[in-house]
Design a protein around this ligand. Structure first.
Ligand code: BMP
Length: 251
């Protein structure tokens, strides 16, 4: 298995947030479609990373982009843009040995953190992810509730159990939906100061600043930035609403 080494821990993410005074995480799901080939995808990704460093603290890269570009391209890109904190949105949900392989791939590509579904449980699941990633110096974000309607049918009904077992497993942070903000409020009471990243902003309907108001540390925005005609201006506008140092006034 790949041995590389996640090099920055979660305090690096918080320090960068303080340094650029922002709580904005970019979701990158740009992929090969509508006539875009992998070269076009790479150019678009690099242009965004080049232009957004004053506003965006970290970048969550999803499977559409990872599969469109391949591991080696992602690795080259991440090496060039070390000023961002990079999160691999692999949404891992599998048995232990596969969990470990996927975590080692994230490490190989140069990510700082990995997202894992808490629904796989601890034994042979989350425990494997935490042990593999912590041994490499990286962070685990646990997905305990999702932002789409169907999540209320099964996943979100197990929210409290998933939060508690993630805490017992020793995860570093959580992904919680801005579209159903009561999960953020409820989680904050259980998880102390663990980091919360919240998607569902802009394109899925939640307003910028709404998740931070409920206790999230960062808001994740994808299409609301990369699918607009002026991503840099949008990121600037959103980061002004998501200043690191304005949390108290937001609350
Ligand atoms: P957008 O801002 O374009 O809606 O993107 C949201 C991002 O957050 C996507 O990468 C999606 O996979 C992710 N996400 C989500 O939307 N809801 C969740 O509950 C969990 C997620 O990871």
């Amino acid at each position: 298995m790949f041995r590389w080494a996640f090099t920055r821990d979660i305090s690096w993410l918080l320090n960068r947030a303080r340094r650029i005074n922002s709580r904005l995480i970019l979701a990158l799901d740009i992929c090969r479609r509508n006539g875009m080939n992998s070269r076009d995808v790479r150019v678009k990704v690099e242009n965004l990373l080049e232009g957004l460093r004053d506003y965006v603290v970290g970048v969550k890269i999803g499977l559409p982009t990872i599969l469109s570009l391949g591991m080696n391209s992602i690795r080259e890109i991440l090496k060039c843009y070390r000023d961002y904190y990079f999160i691999a949105d692999l949404k891992i949900a599998d048995v232990g040995h596969i969990v470990r392989i996927l975590c080692s791939y994230a490490d190989y590509m140069g990510f700082d953190a990995v997202i894992v579904h808490a629904i796989i449980g601890r034994c042979g699941g989350l425990d494997e992810a935490v042990s593999e990633i912590h041994s490499r110096g990286g962070a685990v974000f646990s997905l305990c509730a999702m932002s789409h309607k169907g999540a209320e049918e099964v996943l979100n009904r197990n929210f409290t159990t998933l939060i508690k077992l993630s805490m017992d497993a020793g995860v570093d942070g959580f992904i919680l939906p801005a579209t159903i903000p009561e999960y953020i409020t409820r989680a904050r009471k259980i998880i102390g100061n663990k980091v919360i990243l919240s998607p569902g902003i802009v394109a899925q309907g939640a307003s910028v600043g709404s998740a931070v108001k409920c206790g999230a540390d960062f808001e994740i925005i994808g299409r609301g930035i990369y699918a607009t005609s002026n991503p840099i201006e949008k990121a600037r506008e959103y980061s002004l609403k998501l200043k690191w140092y304005s949390r108290c006034t937001l609350c």
